[in-house]
Design a protein around this ligand. Structure first.
Ligand code: PGA
Length: 218
C-alpha cells in the first residue's frame, strides 16, 4: 500500500487536533502523522502511527529547545522526517547535520524519511549521497521540488517520474512525492507509476481533504 504521510508543520491548536483525531479514527492505521511535537503523545495514545518533523542528533544533553530521536523512541514515535527544505533553508541545516540526524534516528530505531528537493540531477545526487554517507540501513526518500512546496504548483508528471527513477537508480528504496498534493491533483499524481506514496503538508491539515486523498490513493 502507498504511504500517506501528513506533515502538520507548526499548525493546529490542541482543540483542532482533538477534532482531527476523532475524524480520522477509522483510517488511523493507514496514515503516518507528523504533528507538532507537542501533540505527538496525544496521537500515539489515540492509536495513530506518528513521526517527528525533525530530531536532534545527540541523545540527551544541554540543548535547550531540541528533541532527540532517543526521546522520541521512548514515547513510541516510529518515524523521523529529516532534511525538509524548510529545515535546510530556514534553519541552515547542511548535509553534515542531516547525515548526523539520519544516523541518530537509525541508531535509535526510528524509520527515516529523507527529503530531497532540487530539480537538477547533480544537486539531487549530492543531497542524497552526502545525507546517506556511511548509512547502510533503508531510508525512505521524499522527492519534493522546492517550487512545489506550499505553492499549489506541481511539476509535470513526466518530470516526477524521471526524478523518482533517477533517485531509485541511486538508492534501492521507496520514494514518495511531496509538494502541493491535494484532493484536486491526487488523481493525476497517483498515475505516476513509480511513486510509493505522498508527503502532504497543507492539505493534510483538513481531515476531509485527507479522506478524499485516501479514497484515490487506495
Ligand atoms: P505542501 O507541503 O503540501 O503544503 O506543499 C509539503 C511539504 O512541505 O512536505
Amino acid at each position: 500500500m502507498k504511504k500517506v504521510i501528513l506533515n502538520h508543520k507548526m499548525n493546529l491548536t490542541y482543540n483542532e487536533v482533538e477534532n482531527y483525531i476523532d475524524y480520522l479514527d477509522k483510517v488511523k492505521k493507514n496514515i503516518i502523522v507528523l504533528p507538532s511535537s507537542l501533540y505527538v503523545k496525544k496521537f500515539i495514545d489515540s492509536g495513530f502511527i506518528t513521526g517527528l518533523q525533525n530530531v536532534y542528533f545527540d541523545d540527551t544533553g544541554a540543548y535547550t529547545g531540541e528533541i532527540s530521536a532517543y526521546q522520541a523512541k521512548s514515547l513510541g514515535v516510529e518515524y523521523a522526517l529529516i532534511g525538509h527544505s524548510e529545515r535546510r533553508n530556514l534553519f541552515n541545516e547542511d548535509s553534515d547535520i542531516i547525515n548526523k540526524k539520519i544516523k541518530s534516528a537509525i541508531k535509535n530505531g526510528l524509520k527515516v524519511i529523507l527529503c530531497v528537493g532540487e530539480s537538477s540531477k547533480d544537486v539531487l545526487y549530492k543531497q542524497i549521497t552526502s545525507a546517506l554517507e556511511d548509512v547502510n540501513e533503508d531510508v525512505i526518500i521524499s522527492y519534493e521540488p522546492i517550487y512545489a512546496i506550499g505553492t499549489g504548483v506541481i511539476p509535470k508528471l513526466e518530470d516526477v517520474e524521471e526524478k523518482i527513477n533517477y533517485i531509485k537508480s541511486l538508492v534501492n528504496t521507496k520514494v514518495l512525492y511531496g509538494g502541493s498534493v491535494n484532493s484536486s491533483n491526487i488523481d493525476e499524481l497517483n498515475k505516476v507509476k513509480n511513486i510509493d506514496g505522498f508527503l502532504i503538508g497543507s492539505a493534510g491539515l483538513d481531515p476531509e481533504e485527507v479522506m478524499k486523498i485516501l479514497e484515490v490513493v487506495w
